[in-house]
Design a protein around this ligand. Structure first.
Ligand SMILES: Nc1ncnc2c1ncn2[C@@H]1O[C@H](COP(=O)(O)OP(=O)(O)OP(=O)(O)O)[C@@H](O)[C@H]1O
Ligand SMILES: [Mg+2]
Length: 277
């Protein structure tokens, strides 16, 4: 059964000039699947993810998660954003333990539930390899370490669906590689279903079982690629011919759908505009 069912989903932002951010988007995400979303800037990736997370209303269509229509945020769905959103006045461990959702329920928790939560926070800390920094504050951590804590915090309420919007966009290339293997490891252990937005096609292929390419104006799904790699990913696979061929195809398609066929065409237009001004 599908974990997430998206049917003919549409989103129109009613600003002074209405924007059709999404039109007729249909997609099924399977249980324990890792789906990555790529596409030109403005094609609606974040909007789709925010609607999945219940942070944004859809204008039309249907959205069902775990058999239930989505009407707002839910404990089974957790989000991780590009910018680390840790509480600076709490330590790493406190940040993980006191997720907002748990805090909201804390009054009703039994002592065994509190104990289980503490145990889970410790286990998650170990999973992200930061046990030695349990009592450090966020400003004492590197960007990659902070984002690991944000992931652990998102996992605290045992979500079955993790929604990630360019979570590693601000990290350097080496740290990103470490994070990729960490997030794949986390997915294996926690059996999470992941929908992951990225600008980076290599990241999308390395992490995804399927890569969903979206196109702008209006935001829509253009092509869905099955990634022809074994389930257990290894960094070396990035050099495999099938990996490189897929990367080339996807990049070409993003260029074709972005409305700007080449960088040189963009520069030419800018030059013409400058000359006309
Ligand atoms: N709150 C809003 N009000 C009006 N328009 C919006 C709003 N949020 C997004 N949009 C518009 O909807 C479209 C999709 O935006 P979205 O942020 O989902 O794109 P994206 O694919 O995530 O882009 P990027 O890759 O740059 O992050 C854009 O045209 C954007 O300007
Ligand atoms: Mg975005």
């Amino acid at each position: 059964m599908s974990k997430v069912q998206i049917r003919n989903l549409g989103k129109i932002f009613d600003s002074a000039k209405p924007v059709t951010a999404l039109e007729n988007v249909s997609l099924d995400v399977k249980d324990n699947e890792f789906v990555t979303l790529v596409g030109a800037s403005g094609c609606g990736k974040s909007t789709l993810l925010r609607i999945l997370g219940g942070l944004e209303y859809r204008s039309s269509g249907e959205l069902v998660c775990e058999g239930q229509p989505v009407v707002g945020p839910g404990a089974e769905r957790a989000m991780v954003f590009q910018h680390y959103s840790l509480y600076p006045w709490l330590t790493v461990l406190e940040n993980i333990r006191f997720s907002r959702k748990l805090k909201a329920k804390r009054g009703n928790l039994s002592s065994s539930e509190v104990e289980a939560a503490a145990g889970r926070a410790d286990a998650l800390l170990q999973l992200i390899g930061l046990s030695h920094l349990a009592h450090a504050y966020p400003n004492q951590l590197s960007g990659g370490q902070q984002q690991r804590v944000a992931i652990a915090r998102a996992l605290m309420s045992k979500p079955s669906i993790l929604l990630m919007d360019e979570p590693f966009g601000a990290l350097d290339a080496q740290t990103r590689e470490v994070m990729h293997d960490l997030v794949l490891h986390v997915q294996r252990i926690e059996k999470t279903t992941i929908v992951f937005v990225t600008h980076d096609v290599e990241e999308a292929i390395y992490l995804g079982q399927r890569v969903v390419l979206m196109a702008p104006r209006p935001g829509r799904i253009d092509t869905i690629y099955d990634v022809p790699l074994p389930a257990a990913r290894e960094q070396d696979m990035k050099h495999a011919p099938e990996f490189l061929a897929m990367k080339k195809r996807i990049l070409a398609r993003i260029r074709d759908t972005s409305g700007m066929s080449t960088d040189s065409e963009l520069l030419e237009r800018l030059n013409l505009q400058a000359a006309a001004a």
